[in-house]
Design a binder for this molecule. Sequence first.
Ligand SMILES: [Zn+2]
Length: 281
Amino acid sequence: VKTLEDRAPLRFTRMTPLTPRGFFLQWSVTPTRASGDYVFSVFRAGAPNGPWTRLAGPLANQYAFVDDLRTAADVTGDPYRSPTQFSLGRRFFYRVTCTTPAGQALEVVDDTDPDLDPLHAQQWRRANFDFNLSVRRQGIPIVVLKRRRWGVRCAKCTDPKTGEIVRAGCVESWGTAIVGGYWDPVLVWGQRSPAQQTTTVSPEQRSDSAVYEVKLPHAPLVERGDMLVCPRDNLRLEVDQQSQTEIGTVTVHQTVRAIEVNHDHLIYRFKVETQNLKPLV
Ligand SMILES: [Zn+2]
């Protein structure tokens, strides 16, 4: 995947096949000073200049979209004949548009070409398949809570001029400064290592915390500050570092260093319903 505008305020951070469903898109927008809704639309085309089929939107405050090609009415027959193939027989182009709270119109276009030769594409397919099979057999369900980084700024805990958090413990924004705190939970299968103890020393105190290494699928992209919830023991971890295993430049899976959150932390009051969640990958 080539990012056309690396420094654009709106950019794709993931565009990856979700075998056998279709494609997963994730994007990021550099927040503007103005508080308010960021309104997104998602389009697909078979050529860089369209014609574009609207897949979603306008929707406020989205960060990702799954294009399920098995149910897409406009994609029939040939274009998606081999859903288990990494190269889907035809390149798709995706376009995401965004209207910022300040009224700025942003747009990003990219294609699904993985930039891998056939041999590496085959290796990616196998490695990705093996990883997903292995975490389903040996791993645990993990809920990814992606931290909101844009949207309506919380009036209850932030300074209206600077946007900085001036009051702790807010259950409207959960310490993120943005109303809602986190995006809708995403369920995946992952592998959590045994806990390792680490000690952090600050002028006020010395504290021990448990650190975990967690292997996660290639989507969604997990970043520092996101939360991981393990429903089986309700352990909640904050992502500290993320790295990824790649073939060429295409991500096979992610490995994150995550720190256990103290049980008196606000995030334990954030309700995560998992009953109706289906695994993304
Ligand atoms: Zn707040």
